[in-house]
Design a protein around this ligand. Sequence first.
Ligand SMILES: Cc1cc2nc3c(=O)[nH]c(=O)nc-3n(C[C@H](O)[C@H](O)[C@H](O)COP(=O)(O)OP(=O)(O)OC[C@H]3O[C@@H](n4cnc5c(N)ncnc54)[C@H](O)[C@@H]3O)c2cc1C
Length: 465
Amino acid sequence: MTASEPSAPAGGSYWFATGDPGPRRPPLAGTVRADVAIIGGGFTGLWTAIALLDADPSLRVVVLEADRVGSGASGRNGGFCAASLTHGLANGLLHFADEIDELEREGVRNLAELVAFVGAEGIDCELEPTGTLEVATEPWQVDALRDSVELGARHGHALTFLSPDEIQAEVRSPTFLAGVRAGADQCVLLNPAKLAWGLAAAVERRGGTVHEASRVTGLARRAGGVTVRLAGGAAVEATHVVVATSAYSAWLRRLTQLFVPVYDYVLVTARLTPGQRASIGWKGREGLGDAGYQFHYFRLTADDRILWGGYDAIYHPGNRVRPQHDRRPATFDKLAAHFRATFPQLRDVPFTHRWGGAIDTTTRFHVTFGDVLGGRVHYALGYTGLGVGASRWAAGILRDKLLDPRSPRLRMRFVQSRPFPIPPEPVRTPAVELMRRAVIAADEHEGEPGWFLRAMDALGIGFDS
Ligand SMILES: Cc1cc2nc3c(=O)[nH]c(=O)nc-3n(C[C@H](O)[C@H](O)[C@H](O)COP(=O)(O)OP(=O)(O)OC[C@H]3O[C@@H](n4cnc5c(N)ncnc54)[C@H](O)[C@@H]3O)c2cc1C
């Protein structure tokens, strides 16, 4: 294999299998000095490097990526790039009623800036400003969608309710009972791996350094900074460190109470023939999601395949994130059956790609920030499945922590407070399973949260999105 040949890692994701991550960047060798060492070459790490270098081009910024740029969640996701910073308006209201309007404004501004950045830097990431359609597939979800339109209107969202005929005129499926349209100010679609690779190039254009195959194994405090140790003996003597390792963050024990890595799985079909494409409508190419607690997300790719993911959320005891979990035949079969029920007109279309990836799930379902090692090490993680857009905003917070500690944004409760901690094993596995069963039960009982979800809500745990 040559250095630039796509090696299709990243769990077999369609984005990696069909894109070219470029020549491998050399691993870090020896000991180097940096103003900021960033651990993790996904969206959080790369956007942070860009934000820092845009603010101060003289900074020495080094990004350390254990595998390849984008090989974590950033290169495996559905490519829905949403404005919401809070995993949806309802979840934001649940936890931050006092700040929600500011958070919504920040999110919309962040998405607009992200789109402008992609254009200005010439990053070809197949960005499509389509907006979304959320669909009801059970009668109880129709009322929930109507309520979401009213709620959105109170917070400045221009959402449109679509009747059964109207949603069928958009996308044809026997399971769709109603829908809600949100515009491109709320969500765009893109090819996430191409975005990650484009961001890495943007870091390098700004004078930052990106190392691949550079796994960090530990951090040690030293006078005036932190020593970042890598497998193989290399090291960075850094003044500040940013940890951007998302669901893989168990390497830093202090972070394990903040999140559980939960696997999400995705299928991609073969390219649709013109006849198959015409049979589903979907002329607006919106990103779709259904409105259950356990939901599917689905969209067209640039070459007219359908990406279909979500529903199952699988935790592997002991916070395990391993390549063997990237494939789960039982979930792939379940997703395929759900796809055929949704689009029976596509019953003969095969799936060409199947993969999974770990999601950094917190008890509040949105990014959380913090510092360790005497304030020299900053982290941002916990997007819980909605980090493509929010990671850019989080990068701005990390930049402010390092360069502008008086920034008013740092005083937001959203930034300062922490989610309810998740107990360690052996309690963690049964607790996650209890939550999973409660969510399944809520879907089976017309969206009614049972006693467990209500108790969790009372403790500020869980979500409403
Ligand atoms: C299947 C799936 C579907 C999703 N769909 C969507 C979606 O449609 N829309 C959306 O908004 N969000 C979605 N998400 C979530 C989104 O992808 C993430 O929130 C986002 O990519 C997080 O970016 P990150 O940079 O924080 O983490 P990651 O992209 O996971 O990056 C972390 C990086 O750190 C590296 N790393 C780990 N340990 C070390 C170490 N010790 N040393 C050096 N490097 C290390 C990893 O290799 C990885 O590249 C989805 C996630 C998954 C898994």
